[in-house]
Ligand binder design. Sequence first.
Ligand code: PLP
Length: 434
Amino acid sequence: MTHYTESAALLERAKKVLAGGVSSEFRKYNHPHAIFYTHGKGSRIYDVDGNEYLDFTLSQGPLLLGHSHPEVLQAIHDYSEQGQLFAGQHHKEIELAEKLAGLIPSADLMRFCLDGSEAVQTAFRVARAKTGKTKFLRFEGHYHGWLDNVAWGLSTPSVEALGDREDPNVYPWSAGLAPNSRDEFIILPWNDLELVRKTVAEHHHELAAIITEPIMCNNGCILPQDGFLQGLRDLCDQYGMALIFDEVITGFRVSLKGAQDYFGITPDLSIFAKAIASGYPISAIVGKRAWMQLIEEAKVIHAGTMNASNPTIAAALATIQVLERDQPYERLYRFGQKLMTGLEQAAAETGQNLRVQGLGPMFHAGFTDQPPATDYRGTLGYNRVKLAKFIAGMHDRGVRVIGRGLWYISAAHTEEDIDHAIKTAREVLGSEEL
Ligand code: PLP
């Protein structure tokens, strides 16, 4: 049986100096507690107790090429030898920006930052400055980072607690949020275009932007209903608001050109982070010239000491080069969909109510008897206790999946890996442990 004794001991030691023993809140929620890892290679990650895991966590998404891709590591090494950070420009930064501008439909101009959370805030700043309006419209269950004005409505206990669809209750995710951060946004259930239309008609005079994940990856991995994204596009055009796509998860994962190309809807501003650089801290706010020129003209200020460092730019360029050359997308979809179908079949064979939703490169699997969810409210009936037992059973058998039931596929996963994950899932689903 898998044991975690060394990780448990390190966690006790870590707790004395790292708040809660971790560097990001989400890392606490591994099974059976925060785990300490030694290394990762391809589709595998290894912990201090010598356990090997087939990894579908992929560091919460970034490792689209798997762990420790040799060409990415080499590129980082080579370019870092020339320096790390210049407080000035370097030529590969332009190469990366040119590459992204050529790929992403909305990317006329861009700026590089460190992570998704700050790039989201930059987009809000641009939208406010351009429109002269102050609020943004966002959707229940969408995650846009941990900063104050988006750290609301992320841990709701029940549909009842959310209340009225037209005027939802919203709860702070953290103590200490700026008291006025709640006034910065209007929140609605996702995928309900009529409701968005009605709300925007009433509030457009104060709305600078609508922000959405193009696929609701962070809860249930739910696809947009036909016409929903186009409807948001039309409303933004009609009322002079920025349409912001948060492509932190979908970017490079759904396609090299983003979900905006996949769905054929071009936002005004969008955020790319996670999969852009195989685990190195870089994000990009990209947008149409008419919006981004506010940064160009320094009307909107964007800055950062660590932005566009040599290693991060080299990591992003190498990642994109490998993706362009190897074109792993057909595989990512095929393997992802095979795994989704395999999990569904395993659930049917073992009489489990596992619901699998998503696209393939990422998908969600959770336990529910309810119809497929189309918004966050639809995910709140999922049996989280059973999901935790399933994730624990997989983990104890060497398959690592994100605790909230989200699975990521990488270009490093093989057909054997997918078969192994299905076989393991069948074993767990048919066990007494659930
Ligand atoms: N937006 C989305 C859709 C995300 O999933 C995340 C992180 O998971 C963020 C923004 C925040 O990005 P970061 O954690 O890089 O700050």
